[in-house]
Design a binder for this molecule. Structure first.
Ligand SMILES: [Zn+2]
Length: 395
């Protein structure tokens, strides 16, 4: 039986499964076939929750000993959009000019294909690692993320699984392979402010309370001053107002209520709780000094509703893990990668509660775009980096 040592072959098999969240479309089956060739026992738990689609997941442990390395990722992909706009069909894995085209090529079937190839090459040249390597792969990263990594980690822990370190294969490099390793992520917090007014005629403002006046003052209090200047490892905390909604189509009516929604990406100076408290303080102060009528009236009455689940900022402090990966990247590419906490959230935010986690994968430039594609040379280079990492981490 030949081992799955060719990352391009592995990736083509995965791309040909149109696994747009929440459909698996055979993607985890294709991955299982590769991993079975390494002698692994495949587990495929399906998680369910009311109001969300059932999701297929995969957990595979190769080996029984410690240390135990976890490789985490997802086989689901975002929709291709207008398929006619693609130069090559999104689920055909066609190769042109040294690049493989397909949805998920870089985000992140490519990372999985390379890690499988690296582990297969490790087996070919060294036999089984002096420890264990596990794959924790979900089909629910690009969707609601409810029946995916969170439940899979919990499920594995209940079976006695524990990991010493984790590597997530998301695309982390902005321009070229070797640019960037992610060693943490900012937190994310969203909320909606509702200002309550009193509807009326614009020509008689003394008989109404205009909630738009109050909302503008409250929003300004969130925008200035800045929350912080950033920290040694993180960018400054940033709040963006994502929507202001009044829904009033008449120019002669003062509306009865106004809302604003915002999202904050925050650094390790804050927890979701301390940031919520700061936002409450700013809003309370602004509300006390603002009025909904010219010259008079009561302080602004508002509610705030916190949306989604906030996620905390985190920073990985496992020097050996970070240095081993950095050295592997440098050995293969000749570049020392930047250690970064930039960008959006990833499933690493869930894994960090179980073990130290770092992220390194392909170049992210075409992710989620039409003509998503990975250079075959990058697939080979990433496979070598992962192989080197396996050799050094277990060495
Ligand atoms: Zn991804």
């Amino acid at each position: 039986m030949t081992l799955p040592t060719d990352p391009a072959e592995n990736l083509a098999a995965l791309i040909r499964c149109p696994s747009v969240t929440p459909d698996d479309a055979g993607a985890l089956g294709a991955l299982s076939q590769m991993l079975e060739r390494l002698g692994a026992k495949i587990e495929r738990p399906v998680f369910r929750e009311d109001g969300t689609p059932d999701i297929e997941n995969l957990y595979v442990r190769v080996g029984t000993k410690v240390p135990h390395l976890l490789f985490a990722g997802h086989t689901d992909v975002v929709p291709p959009g207008d398929e006619a706009a693609w130069t090559h069909p999104p689920f055909a894995a066609e190769i042109a000019n040294g690049e493989m085209f397909g949805r998920g090529a870089v985000d992140m079937k490519g990372g999985i294909a390379c890690f499988v190839a690296a582990l297969a090459r490790y087996h070919e040249s060294h036999g089984a690692p002096a420890g264990s390597v596990s794959f924790l792969i979900t089909g629910d990263e690009e969707g609601p993320a409810i029946n995916g990594t969170v439940k899979l980690l919990e499920w594995a822990r209940e079976r006695g699984e524990a990991w010493d370190a984790a590597l997530v294969g998301e695309p982390t490099n902005p321009d070229a392979l070797g640019d960037m390793i992610k060693i943490g992520r900012r937190g994310s917090l969203s909320g909606t402010i509702v200002v309550h007014g009193r509807q009326g005629h614009v020509a008689y403002p003394h008989l109404a309370d205009n909630p738009v006046r109050g909302l503008l003052m409250l929003v300004e209090a969130l925008l200035e001053p800045p929350f912080d200047e950033g920290t040694a490892d993180f960018q400054p905390t940033n709040l963006e107002v994502t929507s202001i909604d009044v829904g009033n189509t008449a120019t002669n009516v003062i509306p009865g209520r106004a809302t604003a929604t915002f999202n904050v990406r925050f650094n390790d100076r804050w927890t979701p709780e301390s940031l919520q408290a700061e936002i409450h303080n700013r809003l309370d102060r602004a509300a006390a000094s603002s009025r909904l009528r010219p010259g008079c009236g009561d302080p602004v009455a508002f509610d705030i509703e916190w949306r989604d689940r906030p996620s905390s900022a985190f920073l990985t402090r496992d020097d050996r893990l970070i240095e081993t990966l950095t050295a592997s990247v440098a050995a293969v590419t000749g570049k020392r990668p930047q250690l970064s906490t930039s960008g959006g959230t990833s499933d690493a935010r869930f894994i960090k509660d179980y073990c130290p986690v770092v992220e390194f994968g392909l170049v992210g430039q075409t992710m989620h775009m039409v003509d998503e594609r990975a250079a075959l040379s990058d697939l080979e280079t990433l496979t070598r980096i992962y192989l080197r990492f396996l050799e050094d981490w277990f060495g």
